[in-house]
Design a protein around this ligand. Sequence first.
Ligand code: BTN
Length: 220
Amino acid sequence: MKEIHLTEIDSTQNYAKNLILNNEKNVVVVADIQTSGRGRNGHTWTSPHGGLWFSFDVNFHSDFPTLVIGIAAMEVLKEEYNCELKIKWPNDLILDGKKVGGILCEKVNDEVIAGIGINTNVKNIELNTATSFFNKTNKVVDNIELMKKIINKCNEFSSYSKEKIITIFRSNMAYIGEKCFISSLQSEAKILDVTNDGKLVVETGEGIKEINSGEINVCI
Ligand code: BTN
């Protein structure tokens, strides 16, 4: 995989998308700083110096690449930091109840572009909802080495069966049994499970529902 390392860019995701539109495949784009980082559902993604911000075209087939990439990143980070990391459906990385990373998968033509953002060596970020690995562990990591490990783990996990992926996901899922606000339902619901095809299962006042897209916002 070709590696493009940029000091500063609007968004590695936009850069990777343009590469695909120009038929350049098998490339990973990583930047030290993003000035217009994008998150899921139109959110902005703050990307200061110290964090790991990268995008690549997914060259494996999976019915749910988002979940595969999420658990791959989680496994690598758990090993690296020796910490209790959880995954909030579909792919937020949660450390001690706060977000430390997220994944954005987008389709361009027939290709999936995965954008991964991790607050690794980011200093002075301690919000109600977000933190960094540095803040929690004081450890500084080599972002590029970490990125390579995550891409390798994605490739390794891509050969796993659907069942195995869901089993790993389920056993690391955050907020099970807790009441959360589900934005796509515009109401609170209790997080129950994930289905064998990757949907979120919640219990609402009107019974059990399966959710395909949407966010889990705040847990109470
Ligand atoms: C989310 O949790 O909402 C997903 C965040 C994804 C952020 C990454 S950082 C690298 C890539 N470039 C972007 O502009 N976004 C993704």
